[in-house]
Ligand binder design. Structure first.
Ligand code: SAM
Length: 289
């Protein structure tokens, strides 16, 4: 039945978007537990994984697998349950659904069909990481997972280089060293970076410092590239009154032809409100040194 066929005022079910723990089961909220207990259907990214959480809570529920590869097809089944007046809980393997996890199509379609969609907030790795990193949080830009291949990742990083907001990324353990190497190459060795590893779990660790130091620390740590990671990077320096309309790279390219690289970098830093060290590295590149 499509949304237009639904009679106005019909009761309909409710879709709950339920956050689950990112490592520590005690982080499941009481409200999440109650909603899961009352749900007629649990739509889960991985039914076996979420089945274990339900078992831990002493619940036995009808479940439906809804993941990246079948979401479009499964949406109609969830909508049918909602039309029948059932209450559906959407969960992902860990943390908040839709945050680098499936659920976007379902939430959008449920809203479009006129159903109420209600969040049950809780753990989210990016928020947990930011809350304890000591980086500015007044403005941040979350970009989830960057491309897995080096060329794509570096191109994406180039696009974020001048971004003044704190940057937040997710990365898998087998790519974290490559990611940091690319970060150092694109942003320069001095850009402040904080890694949140295994948050809320027994081996929770924060690595903080210049990007090159964080890379070296992780390389030296025998457990460094194990576990789950949130990568946070301080945004590009912004000097009040700086002229954002100037193309920093173009100006730098012109100045390095006429001036010593250090001087060229300092002038562009002052004009554009960007970090001197990064501009110095870029000036060296432009000069071909
Ligand atoms: N929906 C989840 C959330 O709300 O954060 C994110 C799911 S995404 C598929 C998984 C990624 O989140 C991991 O690869 C890692 O980058 C990050 N992540 C999840 N749990 C984490 C943890 N306990 N510590 C650090 N990062 C974590």
């Amino acid at each position: 039945m499509s949304s237009s066929e639904r009679s106005p005022g019909s009761p309909g079910g409710l879709l709950y978007v339920v956050a689950t723990p990112i490592g520590n089961l005690d982080d499941l909220s009481e409200r999440a537990r109650q909603v899961l207990a009352k749900a007629d259907l649990v739509a889960a990214e991985d039914t076996r994984h979420s089945g274990r959480l339900l078992q831990h809570l002493g619940l036995s529920k009808q479940m439906l697998a809804l993941h990246d590869h079948n979401e479009r097809g499964r949406v109609s089944q969830v909508l049918e349950a909602l039309y029948r007046g059932q209450s559906v809980a959407l969960v992902s393997d860990a943390g908040t659904p839709l945050i680098s996890d499936p659920g976007y199509i379902l939430v959008r379609e449920a809203r479009a069909a006129g159903f109420k969609v209600s969040p049950i907030p809780g753990a989210c790795a990016l928020v947990a990481a930011l809350s304890a990193a000591g980086l500015p949080t007044d403005q941040f830009l979350f970009s989830g997972f960057l491309p897995a291949k080096r060329v794509g990742r570096k191109t994406a990083l180039e696009g974020f280089k001048q971004q003044p907001a704190t940057l937040v990324f997710y990365e898998s353990p087998h790519r974290i060293i490559d990611f940091l190497e690319d970060l150092v190459e694109v942003f320069g060795p001095d850009r402040e970076c904080v890694l949140g590893r295994e948050l809320t779990k027994a081996f929770e660790t924060f690595y903080a410092g210049a990007a090159s130091e964080v890379l070296a620390e992780l390389q030296a740590d025998p457990h460094g590239s194990k576990g789950e990671f949130v990568v946070m990077v301080r945004g590009a320096e912004n000097i009040p009154g700086a002229d954002a309309s100037v193309d920093a790279d173009k100006l730098l390219a012109m100045l390095v032809q006429e001036l010593p690289v250090k001087k060229a970098a300092r002038i562009v830093a002052d004009v554009c409100g960007l970090g001197k060290n990064e501009l110095y590295q870029r000036a060296l590149e432009l000069k071909g040194d």
